[in-house]
Design a protein around this ligand. Structure first.
Ligand code: S6P
Ligand code: ZN
Length: 191
């Protein structure tokens, strides 16, 4: 094989999740971008919910590994903790790992036929998300939730399925902390 890519190194700040050098623009997700993902309509359109700093491979190809840092701000929308939109991979069989850096949260995972699994995210967790599992991360703490992700380069993100079918569970703030509730709007994708 005659490689076309040169090796490269990036410095990941293990607390903040920032990347140096930053090779691609930060993607910001405000409440206005999240319509249809929280159960309630987000009331503060200009409030930042999370941001993603990509560390892209040059090609979106299965031979390469895409990475990113995600930083979810603390907060709630009508009692639901701030979270990512969540997605299945467009190429459903593509897997991924998350490495928790700081803060406290949960990784919700669900299959198209409605199996669910909830895993913790905090400094030092390494979550393996197998192909076929939709995934959404939720900040249940009072500080930003920061994690690093690495996934197969051509995975792609399918948001439309999650937007129309929802996730089986919601993570809501209760007097004693986070509780999982059934999502009344959830509809299985397949049986
Ligand atoms: C990509 C990976 C993450 C998420 C990021 C934001 O496959 O799972 O980098 O893109 O955590 O979440 P979302 O659901 O908005 O893509
Ligand atoms: Zn993913």
């Amino acid at each position: 094989m005659n490689p076309t890519l040169e090796p490269f190194t990036t410095i990941l700040d293990l607390d903040l999740g920032t990347l140096e050098p930053q090779r691609a623009a930060t993607q910001y997700r405000y409440q206005r971008d999240m319509d249809g993902f929280f159960l309630a309509s987000p009331p503060a359109p200009d409030e930042l919910v999370y941001r993603v700093i990509p560390l892209p491979p040059p090609q979106k190809h299965y031979t390469e590994i895409a990475c990113s840092t995600t930083i979810i701000e603390p907060g709630t929308v009508d009692g639901e903790y701030h979270m990512t939109k969540g997605h299945f991979h467009e190429k459903r069989d593509r897997s991924e790992i998350y490495i928790g850096l700081s803060g406290e949260g949960m990784l919700l995972q669900a299959t198209e036929d409605g199996r669910t699994q909830v895993e913790p995210i905090r400094r030092g967790t390494v979550n393996y998300v197998p192909g076929g599992w939709g995934h959404r991360s939720v900040n249940t703490g009072s500080e930003p939730l920061v994690f690093f992700a690495a996934y197969i380069g051509d995975a792609g993100q399918d948001y439309a399925t999650i937007r129309s079918h929802g996730f089986p569970q919601l993570v809501c703030a209760d007097a004693d902390g986070p509780v999982l509730r059934d999502n009344p709007r959830y509809a299985r994708v397949s049986s």
